[in-house]
Ligand binder design. Structure first.
Ligand SMILES: Cc1cc2nc3c(=O)[nH]c(=O)nc-3n(C[C@H](O)[C@H](O)[C@H](O)COP(=O)(O)OP(=O)(O)OC[C@H]3O[C@@H](n4cnc5c(N)ncnc54)[C@H](O)[C@@H]3O)c2cc1C
Length: 377
């Protein structure tokens, strides 16, 4: 009988792990307290930007991001074929805009090390910059062009993963309600028990509860130190081609989507589990837009929304099999890069389930690194 994998959480991480585990022949059940993809994953801008997100050094996190980006071509093909849906993966490249000569030095330093890892980046100035992105402000003195960066339409990728999982026979339990008990440590495997009294059993448990992963601290006897960072984001009405690349400034980013909108994000607010959108948060994005892409000045925002990024104390994910608890795997805390990291995380979790060596080192992401929880599970 195939191993039965129970997955807690139906965001992009849970669904990706489910898809990969099912592809590897496991029996899979995903238990989601609310709606699938209804939290951070459905709110994301969908950027796959390991170079723009890691500007300092090629550390373990950068290697994880880069590893995941390398999985994307095969991943998108498998998800699209498996679901019959398109995820709008656009390989536009990105442009980090510099407003002052002084901004160029860090870009040059970054370019040198990142080009050793496939970025193929270059500094563009003057006419070359305008040819690449004609509507960027005339105040921009230069840009760092990274052609290997791309983006997907995150809600479509989540929906396609859901459908691909369904077609592979994954049991997808939505609106399960609060998970009250996590039972593990016996020969009988693992079980999740909901407030309504429903019980879900499996041989192994993968915790993918995003910003809510801290709820597992007591049951696992570990300090997980995951907290929500709210991201407010909006979309402007736009015409095709007005924003060709993903554009980054030091205040915001802009991504032109297939539906004709330009998505602009995102704030980083400490607001608990509150997903309210505030005028203050969106006004900051509008002001940054006026400064960087004046063609959008005065345009209506056609949508404003927010999501909760799952941040850990050190900004790195929690990824691995728990020491002494081989039946439990953590895959949480992907903070600003969960869409980028979804195929890489799924492959790693698949390898851990199979007892195989992972394709990239995950030593830096040990779930035990913050110590034991105050209350032992
Ligand atoms: C505005 C914004 C823009 C972003 N842009 C990007 C981007 O461009 N590129 C990128 O790579 N990343 C981006 N991110 C980050 C990315 O969205 C997250 O890292 C990613 O969605 C995390 O996925 P997840 O499945 O872990 O979390 P979620 O999508 O939040 O899913 C977690 C799920 O767990 C469920 N849950 C809650 N409690 C429990 C429980 N007790 N047990 C089990 N399940 C539970 C929740 O209902 C939820 O469905 C962005 C995030 C935001 C908010």
């Amino acid at each position: 009988m195939a191993e039965h994998v129970l997955i807690a959480g139906g965001g992009i991480i849970g669904l990706s792990c489910a898809f990969e585990a099912a592809r590897r022949g496991k029996r899979v059940t995903v238990v989601e307290p609310g709606g699938f993809g209804g939290q951070a994953s459905g709110a994301a801008a969908g950027m796959l930007a390991p170079y723009s997100e890691n500007t300092e050094q090629p550390d373990a996190f950068f290697h994880l991001c880069e590893y995941s980006l390398r999985q994307y071509a095969e991943w998108v093909e498998a998800v699209e074929q498996g679901s019959g849906d398109h995820v709008e993966w656009l390989r536009t490249g990105s442009l980090n805009v510099a407003f002052h000569e002084a901004d160029l030095l860090p870009m040059q330093t970054r370019l040198i090390w990142q080009n050793h890892f496939g970025a193929q980046a270059e500094i563009v100035e003057g006419e070359a910059l305008r040819r690449l992105e004609p509507n960027v402000t005339a105040r921009a003195v230069a840009g760092l062009y990274s052609p290997a960066e791309s983006h997907v339409f995150a809600p479509k990728l989540v929906a396609a993963l859901f459908e691909a999982c369904r077609r592979l026979g994954v049991r997808l339990v939505a609106h399960a309600g609060a998970i009250e008990q996590v039972l593990h440590g016996s020969a009988a495997g693992v079980a999740l028990v909901t407030a309504a009294g429903d019980r879900f059993e499996g041989d192994r448990l993968v915790v993918c509860a995003g910003a809510w992963s801290g709820a597992y601290e007591e049951a696992l006897g570990l300090k997980l130190d995951v907290h929500p960072i709210r991201g407010q984001i909006c979309a402007f009405d736009s015409a095709a081609g007005e924003v060709r690349h993903m554009v980054f400034s030091n205040q915001a980013y802009w991504v032109g989507k297939c539906d004709g909108t330009v998505v602009c994000g995102a704030s980083e607010d400490v607001a608990g589990f509150d997903t309210t959108v505030t005028d203050r948060g969106i006004d900051r994005l509008i002001r940054a837009t006026d400064r960087t892409l004046p063609i959008l000045t005065g345009r209506e925002t056609v949508r404003r929304w927010a999501g909760l990024r799952p941040a850990t104390r050190d900004g790195q994910p929690l990824l691995g099999v728990l020491a002494g608890k081989p039946e439990i795997i953590l895959a949480a805390g992907h903070y600003r890069n969960g869409i980028l990291l979804s195929p890489g995380t799924a492959k790693i979790v698949g390898d851990l389930l199979d007892g195989a060596r992972t394709g990239v080192s995950i030593d830096a992401f040990r779930p035990e690194r913050f110590g034991a929880s105050a209350v032992r599970g």
